[in-house]
Design a protein around this ligand. Structure first.
Ligand code: CIR
Length: 260
């Protein structure tokens, strides 16, 4: 049986806009370079396509500096898509731009109406459940509303907690196969992955946790050699993508696509 938590036929991405220099960031560690980010983005799209998937490449949205991080706008499942309600005010309008794109791909489109907030980056779909991390962007009401929406499609949703100072739940973890996750030690210590096989990022390489399993590949940020070696020894086929520019805006591999 095809496991929908990591086997995908399509992805949606959006090219970064010149306004990316104004993207949100927790700490200022430098201004992202658009040309470098465009090169990295092209390499990311090429990696997705190399698995045989179709990739919808949306044009830049200059009025939304963070719109390249499409993952936060929606949750895509085989049964349909759920439009999120992003917790950062400057990003709320990105959802209206994603809605028509998703309407072309899904018959059943649902929406988080509020009053709660929820970002796609806080949602990890595994082989048998949906984990949602409360964070600065995702609150209890947002989690509860999503739980109600997806229960109708037969999903169990479990609320967990994103560590203090970490932007999104998936900043610190990714799915490697239906029951294996790659996680930082600090996130695993919260107990949220009980029952899963957990592989840890190496100390000092926490940013490697924001990777994605996409069909046969694990697409990971470049520059984390010890974690890469560990994953490779565990039998995963890796592609490394430069992430220096997205990292200045707290972004990683998952944020850059919607996968379904
Ligand atoms: C933000 O703060 O919203 C963006 N600068 C980064 C979003 C990263 N998205 C994600 O982890 N899913």
């Amino acid at each position: 049986m095809t496991d929908h938590s990591y086997n995908f036929t399509r992805a949606i991405t959006r090219r970064p806009a010149a306004s990316i220099v104004s993207g949100l960031r927790a700490r200022d560690i430098g201004t992202p370079d658009l040309d470098q980010m465009l090169r990295d983005h092209a390499a990311y799209v090429a990696a997705l396509k190399s698995t045989g998937a179709e990739v919808v490449e949306l044009p830049p949205l200059n009025e939304f500096p963070d719109a390249v991080f499409v993952e936060d706008t929606a949750l895509c499942l085989p049964q349909g898509a759920v439009l999120m309600r992003p917790g950062a005010a400057s990003r709320a309008g990105e959802v209206d731009h994603m809605e028509p794109v998703l309407r072309d791909c899904f018959e059943d489109i649902r929406k988080i109406d509020g009053p709660g907030f929820i970002d796609g980056g806080d949602i990890l779909v595994t082989g048998h459940e949906i984990l949602v991390g409360r964070s600065e962007r995702t609150d209890a009401a947002g989690v509860a509303e999503l739980a109600a929406v997806v229960s109708d499609w037969g999903y169990k949703l479990r609320e967990v907690f994103t560590p203090e100072g970490v932007l999104h739940f998936k900043t610190d973890c990714s799915l490697l196969d239906a029951e294996t996750v790659l996680s930082t030690r600090r996130l695993e210590a919260s107990g949220c992955f009980e029952g899963y096989r957990v592989l840890n990022t190496t100390e000092g390489e926490e940013a490697a946790a924001n990777s994605i399993r996409f069909n046969q590949l694990v697409i990971m940020p470049a520059g984390f050699p010890r974690t890469a070696e560990m994953l490779s020894n565990a039998g995963f086929e890796l592609v490394e993508i430069n992430n220096t520019e997205c990292a200045k805006l707290d972004g990683g591999m998952s944020c850059l696509s919607l996968r379904f």
